[in-house]
Design a binder for this molecule. Sequence first.
Ligand SMILES: [Cu+2]
Length: 205
Amino acid sequence: MIRRLALAVAVLFAGAAHAADLTVTVRDKAGAAVENAVVTFRPAAGGAKGPIRFDWPMRMSQREIAFEPHVLIVPVGAEVSFPNFDSVRHHVYSFSTGNRFELRLFGRDETRSYRFTAPGVAAIGCNIHDRMSAFIVVVDTPYAAKTGPDGRAVLSGAEGAGALTVWHADLRAPSNQSTRQITAARPPAGEAVTIDRRAAAGSRH
Ligand SMILES: [Cu+2]
């Protein structure tokens, strides 16, 4: 199914004491929330230094003849495990440029792993079960998240000017992604307060 996806960007802040969180909402042209879109942000000033880590497991399981999760974001260089929890065999592969691999997964509870060294999207399939499909999105920025059922993704700490990219398997665009330049502004350092002021004595207009 091909859907045209529109992109709505909302900037919200978790709290003035912390670095900004950039909340991105992805909807289709009918206004429906789009799940499993991958949102990445690349600051114009350069990314955070040091290794990129995400707080979800680097794991693509097979369970009940399906991949879980359907979309997995990993940092470039990550080793991803592919445990098989089914009693049948799977033969996991990707033919995607830069991330070609094949893993023969035999019996139940067996696992293999593969290290993803090229940024980009690896479409994952199974040679034995055609309907098994998943995507591993290999990123070189620490600001990456996928949208939930509400179409929202939160990029912790993303701020400033930069490029915001949204990828979705059904997004009708080259490489299934679209990029726009945004500025994720922090809250102003000075608080803006509005008060209901009584007219000062003697000041008549
Ligand atoms: Cu399979």
